[in-house]
Ligand binder design. Structure first.
Ligand SMILES: [Zn+2]
Length: 297
């Protein structure tokens, strides 16, 4: 997508941001107006004043930034430090329809590996993205055009990139072995943003890929058909159901009977001995007692 596509609606929508309430009678245009915005910005402690290191190699003025930052009207800000920390969860969930695609070349699967872990509850915690198999060094590309908001090392995500897109979606790419973009850089769909890896809290090379809107996680499978590598549709309807997080299945238990072994219990419950050991803090050599309660899922 071209940069110009971001331009037309932004300044009008900005006036809806609380951040700009005090300057809402000012039309964007001249130098004084920009100063007024600058003041308003620096008074908001939640967001860093906009400072983009480079765009086309040159420094951006604040006015440029207001025009150019994707989704600025939706987020009322641009935080290049905090991955998702500034979302106000008391705000009502949006109901809207996002345009995901205008043309065949404006989206791309970040990597083409198989899904190794889906979105949803996992080992008692939420997994807010999908894991896609790759080899360390494989290219990882931007799913949609946008501007790089985060490019940093994080102790869980490892080397991580977050891109803000014009429709307000943000995509996150984690565990990279290498980041090849800078904060503030515009990227095209399919443009390489880094190399896949195993950095941060990760036990094998994979891409952890997230899709969020206003900080709220959305199952990436609602956006991409992850096995076919295509968009599920050219639009995405956002309503409360999209933001509802799937619940973990209730734990199941089994009472040990005479003659049972960990492997017979595992077989009968469609699980593995290793999983039973982990769930019950047992070792493979633990002796089972008749009547003992074993958690099976
Ligand atoms: Zn993951």
């Amino acid at each position: 997508m071209h940069r110009q596509a971001l331009l037309p609606t932004l300044p009008l929508l900005l006036l809806g941001c609380p951040l700009f309430a005090q300057v809402d009678s000012v039309a964007i245009g001249g130098a004084e107006e920009v100063e007024a915005y600058e003041e308003a910005l620096t008074e908001d402690a939640g967001y860093d004043a906009i400072a983009l290191p480079s765009l086309n190699g040159g420094a951006l003025t604040l006015k440029d930034s207001l025009w150019l930052i994707p989704g600025y009207d939706i987020y009322c800000g641009w935080n290049t430090e905090s991955i998702f920390g500034h979302h106000d969860r008391s705000q009502p969930l949006p109901t809207t329809t996002l345009q995901l695609s205008h043309a065949a070349c404006d989206h791309e699967m970040p990597t083409c590996g198989a899904i190794t872990s889906p979105f949803g509850p996992r080992h008692g915690r939420m997994h807010y993205g999908v894991d896609l198999k790759l080899q360390t060094g494989d290219p990882v590309v931007a799913g949609f055009p946008g501007m790089v908001r985060i490019a940093q090392y994080h102790r869980s995500f490892g080397n991580v990139v977050v891109i803000r897109h014009a429709n307000g979606l943000e995509t996150l790419y984690a565990h990279l072995s290498r980041i090849s973009v800078d904060v503030g850089q515009m990227v095209e769909a399919g443009e390489r943003i880094g190399l896949g890896g195993n950095t941060g809290r990760s036990t094998g090379s994979h891409l952890h890929f997230e899709v969020r809107y206003l900080g709220r996680p959305i199952d990436p499978a609602r956006v991409f058909d992850l096995t076919e590598g295509v968009l599920t549709a050219s639009t995405l309807r956002l309503d409360a159901s999209v933001f509802e997080l799937p619940k973990a299945a209730a734990s199941a238990y089994y009472r040990v009977k005479r003659g049972d072994t960990l492997s017979s219990i595992a077989r009968r419950h469609g699980t593995t001995v290793a999983r039973l050991c982990k769930l019950n803090r047992l070792s493979t050599r633990s002796i089972l007692r008749v009547g003992q309660r074993i958690r099976t899922s």
